[in-house]
Design a protein around this ligand. Structure first.
Ligand code: ZN
Length: 138
């Protein structure tokens, strides 16, 4: 049930267009997918097997807006690909790991996701993700 790779790195940004101009423009990467999820505008930029997930919050009191207000723009979370989010959560809960999500929820790109609390992950908000993406449109 261990993660088999880092799926993406979530980066909180104030202005998605400016962030895309740097990552897709200056760094020479390409945006593969964009979507709006609740109050978040998200752009996925693949770098080999790992994606950058640029996230802009469109409301003032969303989690990303609060994060930026407190810590500024930057790395928000690291997401690990797992086979099944529910059983990964179950295994972590059984070990007393502090969770943000008690059950999987719908993530970007048709995925299932759940977050592990940074207090249990040495200061890193940790996301578990499964499904979606490559299966999409298949
Ligand atoms: Zn994420």
């Amino acid at each position: 049930m261990a993660p088999n790779k880092i799926d993406h790195i979530g980066i909180a940004v104030i202005d998605l267009e400016l962030a895309k101009a740097f990552y897709a423009g200056s760094l020479g990467l390409s945006v593969e997918h964009e979507e709006t999820l609740g109050d978040m505008k998200i752009a996925f930029i693949p770098v080999g097997e790992v994606n950058l997930e640029l996230i802009q919050c469109t409301s003032d009191n969303g989690v990303i807006a609060k994060f930026i207000a407190k810590k500024g723009e930057g790395i928000h979370h690291i997401a690990y690909a797992v086979e099944d989010v529910s059983s990964a959560l179950e295994a972590l809960r059984a070990q007393g790991v502090k969770l943000v999500d008690e059950a999987p929820r719908k993530g970007a790109h048709g995925t299932e996701v759940a977050f592990v609390h940074p207090k249990s992950a040495f200061g890193v908000l940790t996301e578990l993700v499964s499904g979606g993406r490559k299966e999409q449109g298949a």
